[in-house]
Design a protein around this ligand. Structure first.
Ligand code: TXE
Length: 503
């Protein structure tokens, strides 16, 4: 059976009888691979997908396809309106295939099905916003250079983009980038995480059906160490967008420097503060704090993992957070009622548990959680709140990437801001206060790329995302995201007769 036919026949409830087998996606079609990697559902312990282990030759072929598609102008040469048309058709197809894509996200990642569907809705919005941005992309002009000279600033697509994505939001992080890269006129090769590749591959089929010319979107699956590294070193990749760990981000920077100085976009780790003042609506803030660290089992780059709370209400507030955390439904991600599902990989599970042990050993006190939840199969960790955390502890400094919240106390606004900024990261932050002066002061002085006032993880793809400090370079999504994948060219036009240099 052809893979395309298999797509139409998947059941989207219960566990698959046999793992779904994929090819990799190149030049507008499925490609066979010699070796396959079998992904086991982290929640259910059964094989769910079989994904190609591509070779560096496969990568080279995909980059060549993306290069051909860029140079032949089949995409970059279209009007913004035509590019928008493809993106809008893709949004429609995503709407039709929403449940199917959500299902494979659940099986490979372990996230709850209801959450996964919500993420696909966000992805649809990304394509719609990308379509608008494609039509509105424009440069600038300088009518101020005198009567004899006119200046234009053109925005041109960077060229062939490499995109390396992680496993925590396989489809959402992909869709926060792909429509904006496409809107710019670039072509691309994607390398998803080896453990969550299915939906990135499915997107190839969707984009082809939407009318994307062949070679514009290619997916090469396999390990970071081989395919990811080769992509970062590739001399014919013009730009690389990497989302993942700070350590690999650093190696990608070296690889870019040692190859062709490719332009880089980096979204790396975070240790994001949530600052709660005594005048906040404490019930709302407690819900926000419990949600901010537990959503996606804390495996979010923007998880609010440091609670910085006004000492006057700290005991009361921590008790509210504990009550909220204890009500969170931890369970099988295919169950509609589940709020947090399985930890995505064994390695991540071990990392989170080791940080819980470090927190205890360093003298912090657990108010709730702090243990694995035994559901018979899969790895689950209950939402955890540590109090009595000091700045030097590893649970205060390191990105844990799990449902583990560390609580600190402050007496003054300046102290709260200093605590919030006491991290090498700067991805996101949140402040809770009903005092506009306080909320604005904290928003302006905390160094983070995304900020939420009396809310958390709110927003849409219209708004840019990205980090300050060691959380990364550049911005994704919205018009800022499209511009990131362009470079500007200054065009100078002389008007009238030249004033000769040689008289
Ligand atoms: O990330 P990796 P891992 C953080 C989080 C987590 C830690 C480790 O703290 O605990 O990173 O997760 C590809 N050259 N974040 O090990 O390895 C890899 O195949 C090029 C935060 O899974 O960075 C995958 O596609 N690419 C983060 C992607 O990089 C390489 C999301 C991310 O994997 C490569 C994920 C190499 N040498 C983890 N090695 C966020 N910002 O949201 C691996 N990759």
């Amino acid at each position: 059976m052809r893979k395309q036919d298999m797509d139409k026949r998947v059941t989207i409830s219960g566990l698959p009888e046999t793992p779904r087998e994929f090819g990799f996606w190149m030049d507008g079609g499925w490609q066979g691979a010699r070796t396959l990697y079998e992904r086991i559902s982290p929640a259910h312990g059964v094989p769910v997908t079989r994904i190609p282990v591509c070779t560096v030759d496969d990568l080279n072929a995909a980059v060549a396809a993306a290069r051909r598609a860029f140079e032949d102008r089949s995409w970059a040469g279209l009007s913004g309106a035509d590019r928008a048309g493809v993106l809008l058709r893709a949004a429609d197809i995503l709407r039709q295939r929403r449940d199917e894509i959500a299902y494979w996200e659940v099986l490979e990642n372990g996230k709850p099905i209801a959450q996964a569907r919500g993420e696909i809705d966000h992805c649809i919005a990304c394509f719609e916003v990308g379509a608008g941005a494609a039509r509105m992309l424009h440069g600038d002009s300088f009518n101020s250079l005198g009567d004899g000279l006119f200046g234009m600033v053109l925005r041109e697509p960077v060229g062939v983009v490499g995109l390396i994505t992680p496993w925590n939001f396989p489809f959402l992080i992909l869709c926060e980038r792909v429509p904006f890269i496409l809107a710019s006129g670039c072509t691309m090769v994607v390398k998803p995480s080896e453990v969550t590749s299915a939906t990135t591959l499915i997107l190839g089929e969707i984009l082809a059906e939407a009318g994307l010319p062949k070679g514009v979107y290619n997916v090469v699956t396999g390990s970071g160490r081989t395919i990811g590294q080769a992509m970062a070193e590739h001399p014919d990749v013009d730009m690389l967008s990497f989302t993942g760990s700070t350590g690999v981000g650093r190696s990608v920077v070296h690889a870019a420097a040692d190859s062709n100085f490719k332009k880089l976009g980096l979204e790396l780790g975070g240790k994001n503060p949530i600052v709660v003042f005594a005048d906040a609506d404490l019930e709302d803030a407690a819900d926000g704090a419990a949600f901010g660290i537990s959503f996606n089992t804390g495996q979010c780059c923007v998880s609010s993992s440091r609670l910085i709370v006004d000492r006057r209400v700290a005991d009361e507030f921590e008790a509210l957070v504990v009550a909220k955390m204890q009500k969170i439904v931890v369970g099988d991600p295919l169950d509609e009622a589940t709020q947090i599902g399985a930890i995505t990989t064994d390695a991540q599970n071990a990392t989170i548990l080791s940080y819980i042990e470090k927190g205890k050993a360093e003298g912090a006190k657990i108010l709730t959680g702090g243990a694995a939840a035994d559901l018979g199969r899969g790895s689950y960790i209950t939402p955890t709140l540590f109090t009595g955390v000091t700045r030097d502890m590893s649970i205060a400094r390191d990105e844990i990437f799990g449902p583990v919240l560390s609580s600190f106390r402050f007496d003054t606004t300046d102290e709260a801001i200093a605590l919030a900024n006491d991290t090498v990261y700067g991805l996101a932050a949140s402040v809770w206060s009903k005092n506009i002066d306080t909320a604005l002061t904290v928003s302006r002085r905390v160094r983070a790329g995304r900020f939420w006032v009396n809310c958390i993880m709110a927003g849409g793809p219209e708004m840019p995302l990205g980090g300050f400090k060691q959380s990364g370079w550049g911005r994704e999504a919205g018009t800022y995201g499209v511009e990131e994948y362009t470079q500007v060219k200054s065009v100078h036009v002389e008007i009238g007769k030249r004033n000769h240099w040689i008289k």
